[in-house]
Write a protein that binds this ligand. Sequence first.
Ligand code: CDT
Length: 313
Amino acid sequence: MSRLITVAAAQLGPIEREEGRASVVGRMTDMMRQAHARGARLVVFPEMALTTFFPRWYIEDEAELDSFYETEMPSAQTQPLFDLAKELGVGFYLGYSEMFFDETGKKRRFNTAILVNQQAEIVGKYRKVHLPGHATHEPEREWQHLEKGYFEVGDLGFPVFRTMGGVMGMCLCNDRRWPETWRVMGMQDVDIVMLGYNTPVYNSIAAESPHLRMFHNHISMQAGAYQNGTWAVGTAKAGIEGGVDMMAGSCIIAPTGEIVALATTAEDEVIVAECDLDRGRYIRDTVFNFAQHRRIETYGLITERTEAISPPE
Ligand code: CDT
């Protein structure tokens, strides 16, 4: 029996600092309706989809910083997304900033994504592992990237979830650049890896052309998809946001590594593809048949060492 699911990436154009959750959720529900009208049963929204990408600013005021995080999910403001998902029978991936107080009373903050099924139930949660940028204010930068200051490293690993007819995995933005992210989910026979991203078009600390930045965006996801025989859906927050040009290029990638749908704007835009979850089976059974070909006795350094160490001269 074929395992087909039509999937959408719902790219968001810029969200300015003053734009409220109600307005953003309205944009997202509009796109969910568009995606559904084009046959989608699963919609992937960006990283930090409910707010502007606030780590670009050094925010000293704790209350102001807290205002960018969600303390409950769903909340009154995000409930319309869940209501519409249930009405339409559409699942979704949502990236947002999560804050809560743990049992010791400590404030915890994570860069989080959830997976919601077609009955509007939260069936999966992921907290970003690879936090890029820096932890403290670096005034010499044209803009900040304070993810290391504003979030803890995710504590849930890279779990996958059997739902909506397949094995679903999640990661967030910078995670896509790390082969380990993909392999850990590949080791769990993942069928679709969903991810949202917020990536500046320009590198604030090194010379890199926009073309090269987009190349790295796509090659990371295409390689991850192919090497694990999985679909990948990458959804951007795009356009000029908070004065910073954010990369578009949202895409749906087949297990062959081919981009089968690609956004053409840097605005709110829905792209759709029908995904045969068995498309990657031949890859997982042949060139990347892990059981036959992986040589784990030679991979120890990957988990024993963090940094690269040159051999002695
Ligand atoms: N959000 C996120 O992870 N963005 C990073 C930008 C890195 S620049 C410090 C990315 O890898 O796209």
